[in-house]
Design a protein around this ligand. Structure first.
Ligand SMILES: [Zn+2]
Length: 204
């Protein structure tokens, strides 16, 4: 699909974007999503890098995953819409997209990860009630899963490590009680995210 990007330098340029990408066929896109260069477009006039968010369906047959990516600007629209693409899991905004792709790549269960994120955020908000805190999955080591917390202090990232044993316990919990209260609250239709626990009442 052809799209136009307007740059503050005055130049408008058009770019070609895909509406659907197969990540098995284009594995370099996995790297680009996780390193943040996915859908970067350089203005031919001044060299500025633009990072617009365009909706796209990412299919990943080898992981049995189909991900619908929606721009952050469409978050409200998602909660209002009546129909989701069949068989797809929705993520909203680039940070969530990068998290989810990394989590699937690392062979982890997204529902367990989102519930661990929720407990970490709950604790962080208790300690820093005035901060607007975001949590990002950082990676899996031999003994722990690492998360980064943004927003506790300006320009500072707090690192939190959760032992793999806690992940295993959460995963077993999810396998046994997939309809448990927390797991159900983390999901709105096709959208599984800790954001569902935090969203403003106006969107409910
Ligand atoms: Zn420009």
């Amino acid at each position: 699909m052809k799209r136009n990007i307007g740059c503050p330098c005055g130049k408008t340029f058009s770019v070609e974007t895909s509406e659907e990408i197969d990540l098995d066929m284009y594995p370099e896109q996995i790297e680009r999503i996780t390193d943040g260069s996915f859908m970067n477009f350089v203005c031919p006039g001044c060299g500025k890098i633009h990072k617009p968010e365009y909706p796209v369906i990412l299919s990943w047959p080898s992981k049995k995953a189909t991900i619908e990516f929606l721009p952050e600007l469409d978050r409200g629209e998602f909660y209002r819409r009546k129909k989701d693409p069949p068989g797809a899991e929705t993520v909203i905004g680039y940070p969530e997209l990068s998290d989810r792709i990394s989590i699937i790549r690392d062979g982890l269960e997204p529902a367990a990860l989102e519930s661990i994120k929720y407990y970490i955020l709950l604790k962080a908000e208790e300690n820093y009630p005035d901060a607007e805190i975001n949590i990002r999955y950082q990676g899996k080591g031999p003994e722990a899963i690492e998360f980064h917390l943004h927003g506790i202090r300006d320009d500072e990232v707090a690192v939190t490590r959760v032992p793999l044993s806690l992940y295993d316990k959460t995963l077993a919990d999810f396998a046994k009680h997939p309809k448990g209260e927390l797991f159900v609250s983390l999901r709105t239709r096709s959208y599984l995210s800790v954001q569902n626990m935090l969203r403003p009442d106006a969107l409910k």
